[in-house]
Design a protein around this ligand. Structure first.
Ligand code: ZN
Length: 349
C-alpha cells in the first residue's frame, strides 16, 4: 500500500491460493535460506528485500537470483517481500532502529504528502452525530494523537425529489429546505473504502451529497526515516560505541566528529543517504544509516555526524517486525526467524 513507486513488494513466487504451512522470515532470500525452509518443512519465505527487483528475461540459473527462483519453484516454496511499505510505517524498519537505540519522542523524518483526503458531507441536523461517529470509527478524523476531529457548520440544504424517489424528508416534485450540518474531516487514503461505506450506511438520505478533496498536507504517520532524542545526551564516541554494540556491526564508517554531545538522532534503515539534507535541516546531531558513498561523507561538512553502520546491520531487526506481526495476527501459525546470516559484506577482523 505504501511502497515506493520503484519498489516490487508483494508475492513474488507462488500462487495466491496456495496453502501455507509455515513461514521463514529473512532479510534476503538466498539459496541457503530456501534450503533452511525446505529442512523446516515450511513453504513460505518472507523477506524484506525483494528477490525479483529489476526485470528478469529468463530463468536459467545463470546468477544467484535465477538459481534461487528455480530452487523455490522446484520445491513449491512461495516468496513474499515486504520492502519499502515496511520502511514507510512508523513501526517499520527505522522505527525498530529507534527502539534498539532507545530513542524517545520519535517521529517520521520525511513524511509523505498527498496521502490525506478531506471529506465534506451534508447531514440533516439530528443525524449528524450518528454520521460523525460512523466515520470516526472507521478511520476518519485522526490528527496526531487526537481523534474525532471535525469541523461542523450549520446551514440549509435544498433539494427537489424527482420521479421514482422516496425522499427521507420533503415530497416528490417540491423543493424542500432542510437544516443540515456540513461535516468536514480528514482521512488517510487507505481508509477511503471504510470511511465512505460507513458514511453512506449511517446517512439517512437516498442520495448523499459529499465531496472528497485531495490534500497536499504531510501525513506524519507514513514516510522515510525517523528522528528522536536520547534520554540523556552522550558524547559522540560513547554513542558510536552504543551503535556498535546494539547493531553488532564489524565496522562503523563515520564523518568527522564535531566534539559535541549527541541528543537528537536521525535514522534510516538501509540506504538512507538521500535523507541527509533532511536530517541536517531537522538539526539532528548524528544520522545513522547505511550505504553512504565516499563523496557523500563530505556533505556532513561539520553540520552533522554521519554514522554508516552497514545496510544489513541497520535492517537486521526488520525480521522481528515481520515475525511479531505474524505471531500477533496468526497465533497458531508456524513462523520462525531464519538462522542464515545473509549479509553479503564480510569484514576482515
Ligand atoms: Zn535494505
Amino acid at each position: 500500500m505504501y511502497q515506493e513507486s520503484y519498489d516490487n513488494s508483494g508475492l513474488q513466487v507462488g500462487e495466491p491460493a496456495m496453502e501455507i504451512n509455515g513461514a521463514l522470515v529473512t532479510l534476503d532470500v538466498t539459496e541457503a535460506v530456501i534450503d533452511e525452509a525446505i529442512a523446516a518443512g515450511y513453504n513460505l519465505v518472507i523477506a524484506h528485500h525483494p528477490l525479483i527487483f529489476g526485470g528478469i528475461r529468463s530463468v536459467t540459473g545463470k546468477n544467484m537470483v535465477e538459481r534461487v527462483l528455480l530452487q523455490a519453484i522446484r520445491n513449491d516454496i512461495a516468496v513474499y517481500a515486504a520492502h519499502t511499505n515496511l520502511d514507510a510505517i512508523r513501526q517499520g524498519v527505522s522505527g525498530k532502529m529507534c527502539e534498539v537505540i532507545g530513542l524517545q519522542k520519535t517521529r517520521i523524518l520525511e513524511p509523505v504528502r498527498g496521502k490525506l483526503k478531506k471529506l465534506v458531507v451534508f447531514v440533516p441536523l439530528e443525524h449528524a452525530e450518528k454520521v460523525r461517529q460512523a466515520i470516526f470509527e472507521n478511520g476518519a478524523g485522526v490528527i496526531g494523537n487526537y481523534d474525532s476531529c471535525s469541523f461542523n457548520a450549520e446551514g440549509r440544504g435544498s433539494f427537489r425529489a424527482g420521479d421514482g424517489t422516496d425522499p427521507f424528508v420533503g415530497r416528490q416534485g417540491q423543493i424542500h429546505y432542510e437544516p443540515e450540518v456540513r461535516i468536514e474531516t480528514i482521512f488517510p487514503d487507505h481508509e477511503k473504502g471504510r470511511v465512505i461505506t460507513a458514511m453512506l450506511q449511517a446517512h439517512p438520505y437516498e442520495e448523499v451529497a459529499y465531496d472528497i478533496y485531495p490534500l497536499d498536507n504531510r501525513y506524519p504517520e507514513i514516510g522515510m526515516g525517523m528522528i528522536g532524542e536520547l534520554e540523556k545526551p552522550l558524547d559522540e564516541k560513547a554513542f558510536l560505541g552504543l551503535l556498535r554494540e546494539k547493531f553488532r556491526t564489524g565496522v562503523i564508517r563515520h564523518s568527522a566528529l564535531r566534539g559535541s554531545q549527541v541528543k537528537k538522532v536521525a535514522v534510516c534503515g538501509g540506504a538512507g543517504s538521500f535523507l541527509l539534507a533532511k536530517a541536517i535541516s531537522e538539526k539532528a546531531d548524528i544520522f545513522v544509516s547505511g550505504d553512504f558513498k565516499y563523496h557523500q561523507f563530505f556533505d556532513a561538512d561539520g553540520r552533522i555526524v554521519i554514522a554508516d553502520i552497514g545496510h544489513f546491520e541497520s535492517e537486521q531487526y526488520t525480521r522481528e517486525i515481520i515475525y511479531d506481526l505474524l505471531i500477533k495476527n496468526f497465533p497458531k501459525f508456524a513462523v520462525r526467524l531464519s538462522e542464515v546470516n545473509t549479509n553479503p559484506i564480510k569484514y576482515l577482523s
